[in-house]
Ligand binder design. Sequence first.
Ligand SMILES: Cc1ncc(COP(=O)(O)O)c(C=O)c1O
Length: 255
Amino acid sequence: GIPWQEIVDVYKTAMNLDGMRPVGLHCHIGSQILDTSPFVEAMAKMMDLASQIVEIGGEIEMMDFGGGLGIAYAPEMRAPTPADLAAGILPVFKDRCNELGISPRMILEPGRSIAADTTVFLTRVNVVKKAHVNFVGVDAGFNLLARPMLYDAYHHAVVANKADRKPEEKYTVVGPICESGDILARDRNLPEIERGDIVAMLDAGAYGFSMASVYNGQPRCPEVLVNGGKAELIRQGEDRSVFLEGQIVPPRLLK
Ligand SMILES: Cc1ncc(COP(=O)(O)O)c(C=O)c1O
């Protein structure tokens, strides 16, 4: 990126270069943003920059107001809706565009808010071990849902086959991978868990499959599309042949 203080100079330089035609501005203010005010603030700053660019004779055909609209990963969280975002930014955009006499195409980058809550990640309980904490060992690890290990991210956990039961105890849900960080959910109040139960990790539709790997000899899981009462397999689960896929054995080693 370019620091905002330098943008007008950079734009001017680009306007005077052969083979370059600067057509707009783009910003990216961050990810998982749970309040619309930073978007409004960024837009005001971007419109100030657009105004300076118009003043030097520059064209503004598009403006990209990047930054991810946050989602409520936990039940007590509140996240803005696309309508909340529109209510915050559109008046500023319209007013400033009218004032400057420009009509750029507006681009947004709402990120995970498009897809995260479309997907639940289901995993089966292999073992319950009551130690210094109550461990629930499940058959899927951080190779399939990386965010908790990668950023200590919170995904809400529900015992899918006991979703209507009251929480009874605190459990820590761990995967089968031999890494101390293979923890999907820590200290969660859940109904009594037994071997064979299904734990659902919610909001896995963004940075779920796309971050999954076959680390530690664990093939990736299938994906199922559920629509009303209908379930359709939309991605095959992998088998162990995936570990050898694409490998090339140099012929000299086969002699
Ligand atoms: C260029 C760009 N736009 C938007 C986003 C927001 O996406 P998300 O809300 O999924 O983090 C990101 C993510 O970091 C990004 O890199």
